[in-house]
Design a protein around this ligand. Structure first.
Ligand SMILES: [Zn+2]
Length: 321
């Protein structure tokens, strides 16, 4: 049955109760009841806060065998570039800018050339990797649990379909591993970080961007915060928890940024739209004009986004020498 036509009670068989990803504790207190505000699919999804360590995570969660259905063709990171009619131009501009920001960010921490190996975990449509390859000559590879290798960006590119930690990639082989908005979707983030450490070269860098729970946009929107992205987001990281996870995995923090490559304006706009729509979902083709108008109005504020802790965070780490 298609998820879009499902009653909330029909979600029950897909759900599984889990223990805390950090401390393994099972005692937790309700934190937020979230809905699928982006696409409006039915259901209430519960985030809890661990009584022992304070981690906020979705519990119960959709079992891994069912979550793929939530990453359907409407999922924004997986959209092809050509199917939005007159919106294509706007969309391409935004995506190109996003990939440019990612490239700029990583090149502050790692020098890339023809000898370099780059891996993007949760690579989506692959446009970031295609950009890195064309700009630096690096060998690039992507992993995603959906097979998107038919998309044009992947032409001639190494692509691994499935869970990252099941890929058996060569140890100590990557100069750069990136996880752009991946770790908050992960069903076993500590195992993922451990695997990233294993595949990094001794002087390689791991760059992780996730939404930031202790940010202004969360305080503004709370149960309609776009960073909840229910039911896909499994863990909500504040600064302390993100740093704790990488350190627990035996990685050394090189830098921490209270921003990322992802535009925080998207969260400011979407949170407002989610509050207005109250769980009924957003029609992206109708939202696009107010979206760009609002971006122009807010542009003086957005100039200072790196200092305002609006929505995102990035941690750069390496193997402990
Ligand atoms: Zn815990």
């Amino acid at each position: 049955m298609a998820i879009a036509t499902m009653e909330p009670r029909q979600l029950q068989p897909m759900l599984e109760t889990i223990d805390c990803y950090d401390c393994g504790g099972s005692a937790a207190t309700d934190f937020i009841l979230a809905q699928d505000d982006l696409t409006g699919k039915p259901g209430n999804f519960r985030f809890v806060k661990c009584d022992r360590c304070g981690l906020v995570y979705q519990n119960p969660r959709i079992a891994l065998s069912h979550i793929r259905d939530y990453y359907d063709d409407e999922y924004i990171a997986h959209r092809k570039k050509s199917d939005w009619g007159i919106l294509t131009w706007f969309y391409n501009q935004a995506m190109n800018k996003h990939d440019r920001q990612k490239e700029r960010l990583v090149r502050r921490y790692v020098q890339l050339d023809k000898q370099s190996n780059v891996l993007d975990v949760g690579c989506g449509a692959g446009t970031f990797l295609a950009r890195v390859r064309s700009r630096t000559g690096a060998h690039v590879a992507g992993v995603d649990f959906k097979d998107l290798s038919h998309l044009p960006a992947f032409a001639g590119m190494e692509f691994h379909c499935g869970l990252f930690y099941e890929q058996q990639l060569a140890a100590a082989s990557y100069d750069l591993v990136t996880m752009w908005h991946f770790l908050e979707h992960d069903y076993d983030p500590l195992r993922t970080l451990d695997e990233a450490k294993r595949v990094l070269k001794p002087n390689g860098r791991l760059v992780i961007e996730v939404p930031r729970l202790d940010s202004l946009s969360f305080r503004l929107y709370h149960e309609r915060w776009p960073g909840l992205q229910a039911p896909q987001h499994t863990v909500l990281y504040d600064r302390a928890k993100l740093l704790r996870f990488v350190e627990k995995a035996g990685l050394q923090v090189v830098d921490y940024l209270p921003y990322g490559a992802f535009p925080p304006y998207f969260y400011l706009f979407a949170g407002l739209a989610f509050k207005w729509r109250q769980g009924k979902g957003i029609d992206l083709s109708r939202a696009i004009y107010p979206y760009f108008l609002g971006q122009i109005v807010l542009s003086p504020v957005l100039l200072f986004e790196r200092y305002l802790n609006l929505a995102m965070q990035t941690v750069v780490c390496r193997r402990i020498p």
